[in-house]
Every structure is written in C-alpha cells, then in structure tokens.
Design a protein around this ligand. Sequence first.
Ligand SMILES: COc1cc(-c2[o+]c3cc(O)cc([O-])c3cc2O[C@@H]2O[C@H](CO)[C@H](O)[C@H](O)[C@H]2O)cc(OC)c1O
Ligand code: UDP
Length: 485
Amino acid sequence: MANPTIVLLPVWGAGHFMPMLQAGKQLLASSSRPLSLTVLLMPAPTAQSASDISDHIRREEGAGAVDIRFHHLPDVKLPTDHSGVEEFISRAVQLHVPHLRAAIIGLTSPVAALVVDIFCTPALDVSRELAVPAYVYFTSSAAMLSLLLRSPALDDEVVVEFEEMEGALDLPGLPPVPPSVLPGTLLERKSPTYKWFVYTGRRYVEASGIIVNTAAELEPRVLAAIAEGRCTRGARAPGVYPIGPVLALTPPAHAEAEEQPHECLRWLDAQPPASVLFLCFGSKGFLTKPQAHEIARGLERSGHRFLWVLRGLPVDISRGAQDPSDANLAELLPEGFLGETKERGLVWPKRAPQKEILAHASVGGFVTHCGWNSILESLWFGVPMLPWPLGAEQHFNAFTLVCDMGVAVPLKVDRKRDNFVEAAELERAVRSLMGGGEEGRKAKEKAMEMMVVCRKAVDHGGSSCASVKRLSEDLLGGAVVLPNV
Ligand SMILES: COc1cc(-c2[o+]c3cc(O)cc([O-])c3cc2O[C@@H]2O[C@H](CO)[C@H](O)[C@H](O)[C@H]2O)cc(OC)c1O
Ligand SMILES: O=c1ccn([C@@H]2O[C@H](COP(=O)(O)OP(=O)(O)O)[C@@H](O)[C@H]2O)c(=O)[nH]1
C-alpha cells in the first residue's frame, strides 16, 4: 500500500503557502514511517498570486527531494461581493467543498490528515464526512489563535461595538487588550466578515489539533491559557502544536549562483555593527507620497543610518493586482533627500532580501508592518522592532510585541488616518530604539533572548522539534484508508 499522505489546503498568499509547505516537509522529515504530502491548490484569485505559486511549485518539483504531489482543484466562481478577507476565504473554500471531497476520495494513499489554513474552516465538513482527522495550520501567533478561539464568547459577553465598551478585553495569558488593537474585522460587528471570524473560532474546536507557527517559549502564557480551556469557556480546546519558527531559510541566492551579493547587503557591509535601521512593510505594503515625506523627515532628523524598502502603489488594482510596484523614488521622496542622506542611508525601491538583511550584523532595528513571518524573522536574528502595523491582525501583533514580549519600542500609528505616522513621532521612536537609551536597550536585550529561545526550540531536542515529532506520531495513528469510489 502507498505511504499515508497528509493533505494540505493552503490559501494563496506567499506568507501562507510557503510556511505551510515548509511545515509539511518538516513533518515528513521527522516521521518514523514514510509519509507523503498532497497539496490541494485552489485556483488563485489573482494572476499575480497564481504566478507566485506556480514559480514555487516549479522550484519544489525541480528539487524533487521529498514526496509531494500538487493537485489543482477545478475553478469555481469566486465571491466578488465579500466584506473582508475572512469572508472571502471562507466562502471560496465553501464553494470548493465538493471538489475537495472528490479530490480526497480519489487519493490512492491512506489519508493521515487534512490540514487547513486560517479561514478554510468550511473544509472541516469534508473531514468529518470522510472521518479524516482535521488539523488547522495557523500561520499567525498563538495570541491571535487565542483571540479567534475566544471570539464566540466575546461575541456573547460584549453587547456593544468593542471600541465602545468600557475598559479592555480579557484575553487569558495576555495583558488587558485595548479594543483599538483588534483586527479591523472585529471593529465592525455588523459586517458579514465579522460573522465569519466568529464562525471560524467556533469551528476550530472541532479540529483534532492546531499547528501554530510559534515556539512554546515565545508565547508560554497564551499557550497555557489555550491548553487550560481558558479561551474556550472551560471546554477542552484542540491540542496545540507549536512547531515554529518555520522560516524557510534558504541559502542566499548569490551563494548558490556564485553571483555578487545583493546591493543592499553590499551597502550594509560598509556600515558599523548594529547601526542601521531597516524599514520594510511586507509583501503588500506601500506608501503614499505624504507618508513617504514624513518618514524621510523623521529619518533625516533622527541622524541614524537606515535601509528603507520603499514601494509604490500596486499598478493594476482593477485586474486584482495587490503587490506594490517598484517605487519611483524621484516622485515619492522630498527633493534633495537622497543626496543629503547618501552617506548614511539607502532607499531600495524593489522587493529586498529581507531575511538576509535582518541576518546582517550592521542591522540594529527593524520598522516592520508586523506580519507574523516578519516578526519571526526579526526575532530569529535578535533584531528589536518598531511596530508600524497596516492591516489584518497586525495592530494586535504590534500590541503583543510591545506589551507581552517586550521586544519592541512603541510607535504611535494613527489607525483612523490610514495608519499615518508623523515625522516627529518616527524621529522620537527611532532615537529611542537606536540611540542607546533604556527603552531601546531593553527591547534589544529581549529580542536577543527570543533569538536564543527560537533557535533552541527548533534545534534537536527543542520544544518545536518535539512538537513536530509528536504531531507526526499523532498523524500516523489516525491514518484512514478511504474507499476509492
Ligand atoms: C491569505 O491572504 C491574506 C490573509 C490575510 C490575513 O487576514 C487576517 C485577518 C484576521 O482577522 C486575522 C488574521 O490573523 C489574519 C491573517 C492574515 O494573513 C496574513 O498572513 C501572513 C502570513 O501568515 C502574515 O502573518 C500577515 O500578518 C497576515 O495578515 C490578509 C490579507 O490581506 C489583507 C490577505 O490577502
Ligand atoms: O521586500 C520584501 C518584503 C517581504 N519579504 C518577505 O515576505 C514575507 C512577508 O510575510 P509577512 O507575514 O511578514 O507579511 P505579509 O507580506 O504576508 O503581509 C516575509 O517572509 C519577508 O521576509 C521580503 O523578503 N522582501
């Protein structure tokens, strides 16, 4: 009989598809018996995500190292009238349910588990029907997971809009949470996407387990609260497997191709240790001209060295493009800025090799949009942060970085003004992080502690390594042979 297979159902973004695949490969590597991966691919909603994913599949298939099969699900008519990403993903998956069922029934291998991405909860119908164990792969933090698990109770306990309630929210394992940092979706309780968020939290308890891209030692209090049922009204929550950080650290492209290192890295080589502030806003972040001007002024006045990844508006929004364009620096930056700061600053207008930059000894701080992958990468290299969240769950992530982990210096971001930051506020925060004062020093010390914690966790005998092992054993125990009809 063929080896049992783990069926993965990722959503389309690179920050989801790649970490999920990477986690799957780790499972295969740590299993005591041969396992394979089957990746079910829902057709991507934009041409761009389709091409990102097919590039990645080509690389995986080219490498041919592990037993992975990619299965393309048929097209469905994706919802166009959705009110947010939670609704969009959930409804898209709902439409895929018949194809998903057929694809899984058609597999010739015993199915060890179906592992679904963040808002793919409608797929749990298929696993229940086919008696296949279902797991969630959670690409964000355990704190965010606790918020999702607790959302049905919060929905009952709080009768007004969260921003109108008195005081803070109680999320066990975290300091009191100001409603202003909740994901945007939770701030509009009448919107359909809010209902899908709470629906997701309600259905997560049906899963056999939840795999999280975090390390037990990074978020110990929240993980304990989940395990003790404190986020699920005392009911037992599914077992959580913290297996991270899952980072996909590949050798630098230039090392393999014997090319010159990237220009950003060569520029960093010429800077003193821990002297450079790195600014990067994720795969989708871009800045308007007024905001770019504020940053330029803030950086100029701070006097610190900087490497700034500055991207422009997506070019063709009408055709679904979401990725930022390469910035026209002459148009976006104040006149004379590049000349005046050329001795201590580099502005890079394209996608940059973020992990390699964070790994560089000259980088001393990171202004980040607080995507969870960026946070994990920063911690992996012991770089303290200035959180500048832009959307989704990123304001909540920023809150946990400052108030729970202590690895970041706060930055005042005006959420009601499209996440605007004033030059004077940026200057203050940059000086605080990079200037050798108490606040920045503490964040640096904590970030270094987290670096050690992260590396130990994934090392042989570490907590994440043990979680992967436990997960692979639990998966093998539940493998189901389906009648192939
Ligand atoms: C898949 O494409 C997108 C995903 C998100 C998205 O939205 C989101 C909404 C919430 O209410 C809570 C969340 O945790 C959450 C997470 C999320 O995914 C992003 O995932 C990345 C990798 O895991 C990264 O961690 C980011 O911080 C998350 O925001 C949002 C989105 O566009 C706004 C997508 O296209
Ligand atoms: O110029 C860039 C911007 C982003 N990234 C990578 O893209 C991912 C972004 O993921 P994250 O979860 O932080 O945020 P998202 O882009 O999904 O909002 C991370 O691995 C970054 O290292 C990069 O390499 N170069």
